[in-house]
Design a protein around this ligand. Structure first.
Ligand SMILES: [Zn+2]
Ligand SMILES: [Zn+2]
Length: 331
């Protein structure tokens, strides 16, 4: 079957022919990939490929078709369910988890082996490709569960204008239509798309500080401007959800005094939870089932696997057009 893999001899990504997977146990089944999203974590590996990328197929935002023709979306994280963390409902920290598209082959290929307990039937979806956003939606649901108060009509700041920022704006549109949502990003095209669809306003800090009850930091990377903006513009007793991913060893200079002075709660958000009581991925599927059209504008591009370089060009070309979720679509 076709799979996208890195070739270190040529220093490039390309299609290789690898053997079609067979299910490793009766807990797994093989699905045919229909769509697979390109996620920030994939991009990190695409642009700085590790040795692994010559053999392990990337892609964890998978929508596929089972042998009996059901359309399914895949929760890519199979946690052990037995360790103390899993038992305590903190599966996001499970050290034994198997991650599709990270430590076992993922969806940038024609077929992929997935856990039966981790697939969700979406055969009823009008737009199955929107379900490539389920993973991102699950992360945002997990984030919202960490807040002290549910969002209703508060003032909200989102830093960043990528897919996660868009997913937050879309979800707030559904669950908190009276919230005042401001966005601080860099890409005007993305900003316009989000403003048009989700009524987000542009945050222009011109001297006067904002007064945001909840801030979402979605950028991460080796910079602290976006987190500093959140801290400086948080309200007294405000909450800041940190969804951005920072590189290991990165030290930052953030305005710490504000955290003390305003009693700000700084909350890290890492992945999502699956336990006996909580299934963030399942909740995300339900939200999509009832509101898929709300999320539709967030899918901006779709490419064939063979057109990987065009896809990467699009992602690198932010600024000339809106670029949010970019997919591979296989047929
Ligand atoms: Zn992802
Ligand atoms: Zn575990």
């Amino acid at each position: 079957m076709k799979a996208l893999l890195y070739d270190s001899k040529d220093s490039r990504w390309g299609i290789k022919d690898i053997s079609t997977p067979t299910s490793r146990s009766n807990k797994e089944l093989i699905i045919k990939t229909l769509h697979c999203g390109i996620c920030g974590s994939d991009l990190h590996r695409i642009f700085s490929p590790q040795e692994d990328q010559e053999r392990i197929v990337l892609g964890h935002e998978i929508v596929g078709k089972t042998e009996d023709n059901k359309i399914v979306v895949v929760n890519p994280i199979q946690n052990c369910g037995k360790c103390q963390l899993c038992v305590n409902g903190q599966s996001q920290f499970c050290k034994e988890s198997i991650n599709i598209g990270k430590n076992v082959n993922g969806g940038y290929s024609e077929f992929v082996s997935v856990y039966q307990s981790n697939i969700y039937d979406i055969s009823d979806f009008t737009y199955p490709h929107v379900a490539t956003l389920t993973d991102s939606i699950a992360v945002v649901i997990h984030a919202l569960n960490k807040l002290q108060f549910p969002i209703k009509n508060q003032h909200i700041l989102i830093t960043g204008d990528g897919t996660i920022a868009g997913v937050i704006a879309a979800i707030l549109n559904i669950i908190a239509p009276n919230a005042h949502v401001y966005l601080k990003g860099k890409n005007p095209k993305n900003f316009h798309l989000l403003a048009e669809n989700y009524n987000t306003k542009e945050f222009l800090p011109n001297g006067a500080k904002g007064n945001f009850d909840v801030c979402f930091e979605t950028v991460g990377r080796a910079q602290d401007d976006t987190l500093s903006v959140c801290i400086e513009n948080s309200s007294y007793g405000g909450e800041i959800l940190v969804l951005g991913v920072y590189p290991e060893g990165f030290l930052s200079q953030i305005p710490l005094r504000n955290i003390f002075y305003k009693e700000i709660r700084l909350i890290g958000v890492n992945s999502f939870v699956k336990s006996n009581k909580t299934d963030n991925f399942g909740e995300a599927v339900s939200l999509l089932r009832n509101h898929s059209e709300v999320f539709l504008p967030l899918i901006t591009h779709s490419y064939k696997l063979e057109d990987v370089n065009k896809a990467l060009q699009t992602i690198g070309n932010k600024g000339t057009e809106p670029v949010l979720k970019v997919l591979f679509t296989l047929d």
